[in-house]
Design a binder for this molecule. Structure first.
Ligand SMILES: Cc1ncc(COP(=O)(O)O)c(C=O)c1O
Length: 361
């Protein structure tokens, strides 16, 4: 019998499809310029202070980075009001999701995930050989009552996302607190992905980090990709109980965050003004686009993120038309919402261009 090299679970995995690189798409479409509104990137770009920090650090590229990302963890600890020992930095929040799986999930374990959700949750559960227990969304909302009903003695973790990607909605404070209370003294790990928390303006949005003192099995994921516009450098972080952070540190690669990423993120932590400018732009554009799309009779859940999930007939065809007009948006069908487009909020100019192209389509 032929030697079986690859794990069976790997054979079942579809590689994550990040879409074609912008340059390749432009060549294919014969366009000299393309606006990407499909990856929920920052419309403003990184702060000048961050760019300068990257420049300075480039000269030290021959030296291994600080394997413990100590300066960054200390700065984050001060910024968030937690001990640096409660923070682990990841190569993007993406890596932290994999680390949780590596440290916690054995074959046969159950992991409850609202579905659809950000795709890497399901991939990491599957790769670990664990069993995905899917909790269907109620429309555009995570249904925490349903999540709770699906938790058993075999449940290792619950992976929640708020604001939700792709649905843009939040888990409200009372519902989250009720879930945490219902889990009692020996809860599963509760991974709360807050990648888009900086764009929330709903007073009912709970700050996961404030809940950590009372809930040591809660693990909050955040990222520098969105509010700090460092998606290209891959820096995310997890904040949690000491035991959880210790286990994640055991399974991560020794130098998982490169020098430029650490220097950039450190500069970003200290630039509150740039964060505020980014937040203001996203919130203003979100209000503008919500108004304009509603005026055109389109429907979508009220967004608390830096993107909108818009219901639209013939979404695939509309996406193609937008693409030919130089605008890339995400087909909802690819993220569990057929007949929708997921549209990142761009600059005011990009958003106006999108509206014109939508009208023409
Ligand atoms: C919900 C959610 N979590 C995590 C991530 C990944 O963040 P990072 O760029 O830090 O890997 C994303 C990226 O789009 C996301 O939407």
């Amino acid at each position: 019998m032929a030697r079986r090299v690859w794990r069976a679970v790997v054979e079942g995995i579809t590689p994550y499809d990040p879409g074609k690189p912008l340059e390749a798409l432009m060549g294919e479409l014969g366009l000299s310029e393309l606006v990407r509104l499909s990856a929920n990137e920052s419309p403003l770009g990184p702060s000048p202070r961050v760019v300068e920090a990257i420049r300075r650090e480039a000269e030290r590229a021959h030296l291994y980075p600080d394997g413990g990302s100590c300066a960054l963890r200390e700065a984050l600890g001060r910024h968030l009001g937690v001990s640096p020992a409660q923070v682990v930095i990841g190569n993007g929040a993406d890596e932290l999701i994999s680390l949780v799986a590596l440290a916690a999930f054995d074959p046969g374990d159950e992991v409850v995930v609202p579905v659809p959700s950000f795709e890497p949750y399901v991939t990491s559960v599957t790769l670990a050989g664990a069993r995905l227990v899917a909790s269907p969304l109620a429309g555009y909302e995570v249904d925490l009552d349903d999540v709770r009903r699906r938790v058993t003695a075999r449940t290792k973790a619950v992976i929640l996302c708020s604001p939700h990607n792709p649905a843009t909605t939040i888990i409200r404070r009372a519902a989250l607190l009720a879930l945490l209370k219902a889990f009692g003294e020996d809860p599963p790990l509760i991974v709360l992905d807050e990648a888009y928390c900086d764009f929330c303006d709903d007073p009912d949005y709970p700050n996961g980090i404030a809940l950590l003192a009372a809930h040591p099995r809660l693990l909050v994921l955040r990222t520098f990709s969105k509010i700090a516009a460092l998606a290209g450098l891959r820096v995310g972080y997890a904040v949690g109980g000491l035991e959880t952070i210790d286990r994640l540190n055991r399974v991560r690669a020794p130098y998982n965050i490169n020098r430029l990423g650490q220097a950039a993120a450190l500069a970003a932590v200290s630039d509150a003004e740039h964060r505020e400018r980014t937040r203001r732009l996203v919130l203003e554009e979100r209000a503008f686009m919500s108004r304009e799309l509603a005026r055109r009779g389109l429907t979508f859940p009220g967004s608390q993120a830096n993107f909108l999930l818009v219901k639209i007939p013939n979404a695939g065809a509309v996406r193609e038309r937008l693409l030919r007009a130089g605008l890339v948006v995400r087909d909802g069908a690819a993220v569990g919402f057929p007949d929708h487009l997921r549209i990142s909020l761009g600059t005011h100019e990009a958003n106006q261009r999108l509206l014109r192209a939508l009208d023409a389509a």
